[in-house]
Design a binder for this molecule. Structure first.
Ligand code: PMP
Length: 407
């Protein structure tokens, strides 16, 4: 069967698989990882900023000194030690009332979303989510055969009136919205943050409508200007599922994330996770626990913030200087991404092969919507490339855009 694209299994796939298509963008990303291409596309943290020698030594110790536990099966909910450490980490974001008993360790932030989808979504259910939203969440909701209805954002994040409207429109269509999926802080891909005032309003609206809130917060600790607003979970204990991950603050390769769930629900989540992966990796959990207990992780966070702030400034400066007139973009105060809106007539998806030929990559906006909109948008990452590379990337990108506009 190698070398052929024909798929003889089509008729046998489960219904939830039938809507899944491989995107042409994925093929382009293989080229985008070549060293001569400036990639503004990924979402990778700048791992080189970690003290890799010390981390390596720690991992060696973990196998040689604690092998009997770190190489053994763990428990479905995750080790007590790590769950205690996670509660300590969450206090930095302003969540002080979490019990380790209500934390479920997951295989990255991605599995957290998958578990919540499995727990709450029946085929045909509606999920409300910011437009645009995290592409990996769209994949999870699609696999659950749920329908995503997007809610508009502006510079202050999700627009409360648009949320109310979306809830009403869903009800009018005779459908049930199960939860709001939101990334309130340093949103992926938009780079905007839900303002203090709107946080309360959004919570009130969801409470009144009986809508659960899934708060995804991988970036909250990467603030560049002061601290991020308090998470939704710090304001409401019930009805809010708080998800986060060590992928952006430590190491995505370890695949360790978590859910802080309302107490009553945590057991079901653990059962879901056991059916799914038995238990998260004991070794990865040991690595994160060791990192948090023996290494200066708070200092490391400051290092990341410094590096990313400098890179954000470099990217925004380059956009200011070089982008064609009519292009606009967000000005994130944390996180990893800028969201750009292109001048009328440009199509970020169609332009992608030409951008790759010009040795620059980005993610076209369409990936972040369930309904194919976003053609005049793109997501630009600033965490991975050094400032001069970011500027060179923008120079190449604006060259491609100028050419398209002249066509
Ligand atoms: N949620 C959001 C908003 C993300 O941006 C990401 C990663 N890019 C994830 C979840 C998944 O995190 P992880 O890599 O830990 O699975």
């Amino acid at each position: 069967m190698t070398g052929t694209t024909q798929d003889d299994y089509t008729d046998r796939y489960a219904r939830r698989v039938r809507g899944m298509t491989t995107s042409e963008i994925r093929a382009l990303f293989a080229t985008a990882s070549r060293p001569e291409v400036v990639s503004l596309a990924g979402g990778s943290p700048y791992i080189a900023a970690l003290p890799l020698d010390a981390v390596g030594e720690m991992l060696g110790d973990l196998a040689s000194k604690q092998g009997a536990t770190s190489l053994q099966y763990s428990i479905g909910q995750g080790t007590v030690e790590l769950r205690e450490r996670i509660c300590e980490v969450m206090t930095l974001s302003g969540i002080h009332n979490a019990s380790p008993d209500d934390v479920v360790v997951t295989v990255g932030g991605q599995q957290a979303l998958d578990l919540l989808a499995r727990l709450f979504l029946d085929p045909g259910d509606v999920v409300l989510a910011e437009g645009p939203t995290y592409v990996g969440a769209l994949g999870v909701f699609q696999a659950a055969q749920a329908q995503v209805r997007h809610v508009a954002m502006d510079a202050e994040g999700l627009i409360p009136e648009a949320l109310e409207e979306a809830i009403e429109a869903t009800a009018r269509a005779g459908r049930k919205a199960k939860f709001l999926y939101t990334i309130p802080t340093f949103q992926n891909p938009a780079g905007v943050t839900l303002s203090e005032d709107r946080r309360e309003r959004v919570l009130d609206i969801c409470e009144r409508a009986g809508l659960l809130v899934v708060e995804d917060d991988p970036y909250g600790m990467l603030a560049f200007e002061g601290e991020a607003p308090l998470p939704l979970r710090a304001r409401r204990r019930e009805g809010v599922f708080y998800c986060s991950t060590f992928s952006k603050t430590f190491a995505p390769g370890l695949r360790v994330g978590w859910i802080l769930a309302p107490h009553a629900v945590r057991e079901k989540l653990v059962m879901m996770s056991e059916a799914n992966v038995l238990c998260p990796s004991a070794f990865a959990q040991g690595a994160v626990s060791q990192y948090l207990s023996t290494m200066p992780w708070r200092e490391q966070l400051k290092v990341y913030r410094e590096i990313y702030r400098e890179r954000r400034d470099a990217l925004l400066g380059a956009l200011d200087d070089l982008m064609p007139a009519g292009t606009t973009w967000t000005r994130p105060t944390g996180g990893l991404f800028v969201w750009a809106t292109l001048p009328e007539g440009l199509d970020s998806k169609a332009m992608m092969p030409r951008a790759i030929a010009a040795r620059v990559a980005y993610v076209p906006g369409t990936g972040f919507y369930a309904d194919g909109t976003g053609r005049n948008n793109m997501r630009l990452n600033f965490s991975f490339s050094a400032p001069d590379r970011l500027r060179e990337g923008v120079r190449r990108l604006s060259g491609v855009m100028e050419q398209e506009l002249a066509m």
